[in-house]
Design a protein around this ligand. Sequence first.
Ligand code: PXP
Length: 246
Amino acid sequence: MRLGVNIDHVATVRNARGSAYPDPVRAAKLAEKAGADGITAHLREDRRHIMDEDIDRLIAELEVPLNFEMAATEEMQTIALRHKPHAVCIVPEKREEKTTEGGLDVAGDDNRLARFVAPLVEVGSRVSMFIDADARQVEASKRIGAAVVELHTGAYCDLHYEGRFQDRDAELKRLTEMAAYAHSLGLEVHAGHGLTYDTVTPIAALPEVMELNIGHFLMGEAMFVGLEASIAEMRRLMTAARTVDA
Ligand code: PXP
């Protein structure tokens, strides 16, 4: 199972002051050294964290694959086609949201998304749709030509921290079923959003999930223990979850 480290929030701290530091590319390289299998960065329309030059530098300087997260807009498609990143993850984006709330409505926008995704696939990027654990969204992702679905774990994590354990377990059941269903359709399955040391184990234990993308918690934890240590502990938990499952 791969660990993709999302470095957006190093840029959030940098941009809070409009300074040149901390540098998200430095964090990406450190994450690479600490064993990250890939780096994820989300270039938002409002450039609130990652900026265009960060993407240029990540493409030029990284050794591990870049997972370029973006909204399905013409501007972002042009940027992705210029860089041809290893992976592109299409996410819904609202200007006023704090973070990506909920998955993309692929089923409700399938004709447009099919046309949007085709040129990205053509230049060799693995296209992933960030969706809720919902059979209609899984089926639509397959239909429009995506190779990957990333299941949104945000609701599961929120319910855990709200202490709503029955609802959390119901969401985990949906994630479990949809991971298996997506895999049965030939889609590669990833998962992410909101994952922490407390919540990662049941998700990492899902046998069809090939990659987790984790950022905010790892960066916060890095303030206390350093990035290499926070990544190492997350990796340890992921490996342990897989071992128990086997
Ligand atoms: N996966 C996707 C598609 C995301 O949008 C995000 C957040 O940018 C993540 C994973 C990582 O979420 P978090 O920063 O909460 O770990």
